[in-house]
Write a protein that binds this ligand. Structure first.
Ligand code: GLN
Ligand code: ZN
Length: 767
């Protein structure tokens, strides 16, 4: 019988229960037992929904309180010293959260001391962030906390034999960093016994299938990885011979790693047929017929309903090739990356809603497809017809296409993607206009989104506050923020983005072509969630979006005010995007809209405009061979949005945590006058890419890690800035926090910003 399987379920809870519980726990308002019981209830709910939808392989241990990579590291005792773990016995919750979030200021002995949170980075090309393990050769991996068997038992107690999910040893190591110069894969021999224990205990506890996630198999593997895969899977297979391992790959095709994947001694292989539908024939050819084949035909990364007939055709092809008795139907990847359920979305355009499927709806699609394979199309005729109808309706929907926009896009010239002069002439014109000191201090844009700000927005939404009243409150907060920045001596001010719920949503709500959900939350990191908008039609800008606020803020001060926009690549990347036209085209549509806003800000007298592109790097295709094409259009879109202005108008961009080494050329090609980046946790090492490349324009390396609640001292920030100055000439350096301050409180932001100004002054004095 064809198995309907799931690879992972959203963790945050339909009503973000996990977020609420975590934040209460961190605030000391909820005990550990209560936190754990909230988590258990979420897992029970997830099992019930999945089983109720007809899924027979329900995953377990896919849940994590903060992050699954972090939990794996803690389970195996891969904890660096300095976080309160003695080296023996299970790793406490306190240690785990200290690894994720850093420890209180008084415990931190300077930077990058051992109490600083571990780095976080994006999980492949998603907007989910994992905590990057920091390994060293001295570590003694062993199974300290058998979270997998515990998860299995939890399911069994409630009558469900789940399929535990284990992050595979090679991907775990390849996603890690080492401190002592060892290569992560060198730790494999030490790791394998711990993994073997985990599998053996699972087998003893009654597991039948275990999902071993090896997403690194879809990437360009470093040397030695292939052998490591063979060694590792031989050991895993021997550890528990009776256990069925499902080697699970997602986010891309296997390409040159297909033979390797197909040859590993496992019971089955999962492949992503949404990202890489073309790999099916090769997979069918390569995989031995005694293996199970799990086909990811339902998109785990996007919100569109599946074309059931097309998916069924793929399943039939696998059946015809001889996998009929060993077939699984599944989402392409874990459903972690889509919202819980469409059922709660009562305000969406009904026609649009008919085209959507969130996690719960996707599970039903998986179950329908499995049934269709076994019982024939007639058995699921109604579901197939519904799918056909939704597709046909979308194709015929004239609202999707804006003929005027198509003409405007066709008329874009190369000059429109270029500033008038090159950077040196622009820099001179800008210096003359702005008159900034050396090492100018600025921020990334947002000031705290306090309870007060959020309650104002809630009151506006409920109609308790009218637009005039709301706007007046926004102006009051902007005025206070401007006064405070002037007082402490910030050089380039920002208005604070109080009016923005979210950097993508705020713009999307004012653009045509976007739709919004009410409860479409997706986990970003830890307790942080985003509700990505849905780009379903052509995007255009009916009217100015930010000019009012920036112009008001500028009217209050003689210091330069920086206008703040979200860039086209990020607007694309952090949305669920239509699939009926190329992503590049959608991005160019957005670029034109942002371009108009940039021009309007300049016309309103704003001397500096920042176009944030935090998602630039994460849009990078996983395979090197695909990267040039993406970088070509992503850079062009940024430049199209940034280039309508005169030389003396300064364009900034900002990127959050990114590795820049392999994209530095494209970062330079974006030709922003100033780029601010997140570097504090890396102790400025991320700047090396800029130094080696001799990056020609100005850079603001972050000297304050705003992801952690600690307030750095002026000395600490000055030390980081001095390290930056060893890499980048001082005259091209700016000082700023790592990122926006919207998630922090004023109690941290005020002293930290004052310390930042003090750090700049210390350094200027040390000329
Ligand atoms: N301007 C935005 C802010 O300050 C940038 C946020 C981001 O980079 N993610 O919040
Ligand atoms: Zn940022």
């Amino acid at each position: 019988m064809t198995i309907a399987a799931n690879l992972g379920y959203p963790r945050i809870g339909p009503k973000r229960e996990l977020k609420t519980a975590l934040e209460a726990f961190w605030a000391g308002k909820l005990g550990e037992a209560e936190l754990q019981s909230t988590a258990a209830a979420l897992r029970a709910g997830a099992r019930a929904v999945q089983q109720g939808s007809g899924i027979s392989h329900v995953p377990s241990a896919d849940f994590a309180l903060y992050d699954h990579v972090l939990e794996t590291v803690c389970a195996f005792g891969l904890v660096p010293p300095g976080y309160g773990w003695s080296g023996e016995g299970p790793v406490s919750l306190a240690t785990m959260f200290a690894l994720a979030r850093g420890r209180a200021a008084e415990r931190a002995a300077g930077i990058p001391g051992d109490a600083v949170a571990l780095e976080m980075t994006k999980w492949f090309d998603t907007n989910y962030h994992y905590v990057v393990p920091r390994l060293s050769a001295a570590m003694r991996p062993r199974l300290l906390d058998d979270r997998w068997t515990r998860a299995l038992r939890e399911g069994l107690q409630h009558g469900t034999r789940t399929r535990p999910v284990l992050l595979g040893p090679i991907s775990l190591l390849l996603l890690s960093k080492t401190e002592d110069g060892t290569r992560p894969l060198d730790l494999l021999p030490a790791m394998l016994p711990a993994y073997a224990d985990a599998l053996r205990f699972l087998a003893e506890a009654g597991a039948v299938w275990v999902q071993v996630d090896e997403p690194c198999l879809v990437t360009d593997l470093p040397s030695g990885a292939e052998d490591a895969y063979r060694t590792a899977f031989r050991a895993l297979a021997e550890a528990a011979p009776g256990l069925n391992l499902l080697l699970t790959t997602y986010f891309e095709g296997l390409r040159d790693n297909l033979q390797l994947a197909a040859s590993l001694p496992v019971a089955g292989l999962h492949v992503d047929l949404v990202r890489a539908p073309g790999q099916l024939p090769a997979v069918l050819e390569a995989l031995p017929r005694d293996r199970w084949l799990s086909l990811g035909v339902v998109d785990g990364r996007n919100v569109w309903r599946t074309d059931l007939r097309a998916a069924l055709a793929q399943l039939r092809a696998a059946e015809a090739a001889g996998f009929g008795k060993r077939l699984m139907v599944a989402p392409s990847c874990s459903l972690l990356h889509v919202p819980h359920s469409l059922a709660m979305e009562t305000a969406l355009d009904p026609a649009l809603k008919r085209r959507l499927a969130f996690a719960n709806e996707k599970l039903k699609e998986v179950a329908v497809l499995a049934r269709a394979v076994d019982e024939g199309e007639k058995a699921v005729a109604a579901a197939l017809e519904e799918s056909d109808r939704a597709l046909a309706e979308a194709r015929a929907d004239e609202r999707l296409h804006d003929p005027g926009l198509a003409a405007r896009l066709a008329a874009v010239t190369p000059e429109m993607e270029r500033r008038t002069s090159s950077y040196p002439s622009r820099a001179a014109a800008q210096a003359a206009r702005l008159g900034l000191p050396e090492l100018p201090v600025t921020s990334i844009g947002s000031w705290p989104q306090t309870a007060e700000v959020r309650s104002l927005r809630a009151r506006l939404a409920r109609g308790e506050l009218d637009k005039t009243g709301y706007d007046a409150e926004m102006e009051r907060m902007i005025a206070e923020a401007v006064r405070w920045q002037e007082e402490i001596g910030v050089d380039v001010l920002v208005h604070g983005e109080f009016e923005r719920n979210d950097m993508v949503k705020y713009f999307g709500e004012q653009l045509a072509g976007y739709a919004f959900t009410k409860h479409g939350w997706v986990q970003s990191y830890g307790s942080r969630c985003v509700a990505p908008p849905i780009i379903w039609a052509d995007v255009s800008r009916p009217k100015p979006m930010t000019v009012r606020w920036s112009a008001y803020a500028q009217s209050l001060t003689d210091k330069p005010m920086k206008g703040m926009l979200t860039g086209p690549v990020t607007m694309l990347q952090w949305s669920f995007v239509r699939t009926d036209i190329p992503r590049e085209t959608v991005c160019r549509q957005i670029a034109l809209a942002i371009r108009d806003e940039v021009a309007d800000l300049e016309a309103a007298g704003i001397p500096i405009v920042q176009i944030d592109e935090p998602a630039f790097r994460e849009g990078l295709p996983l395979r090197k061979a695909d990267r040039d094409d993406y970088l070509r259009w992503a850079v062009a879109c940024f430049r199209l949005s940034a280039s309508p202005v005169r030389d003396e108008t300064q364009i900034h961009t900002h990127m959050c945590y990114s590795e820049f080494n392999d994209i530095i050329e494209s970062i330079a090609a974006m030709d922003a006058d100033v780029i601010s980046i997140e570097t504090a946790r890396s102790n400025m090492e991320l700047l090396d890419a800029f130094a080696v490349f001799d990056y020609p324009n100005e850079i603001g390396p972050g000297v304050w890690d705003i992801h952690s609640p600690r307030v750095p001292s002026a000395e600490e920030m000055a030390r980081l800035a001095a390290r930056a100055a060893e890499r980048i000439p001082r005259r091209r350096l700016w000082l700023n926090p790592d990122c926006g301050c919207k998630t922090r409180g004023w109690a941290e932001v005020k002293p930290a910003m004052a310390n930042l100004v003090a750090a700049a002054r210390q350094l200027r004095a040390r000329a």
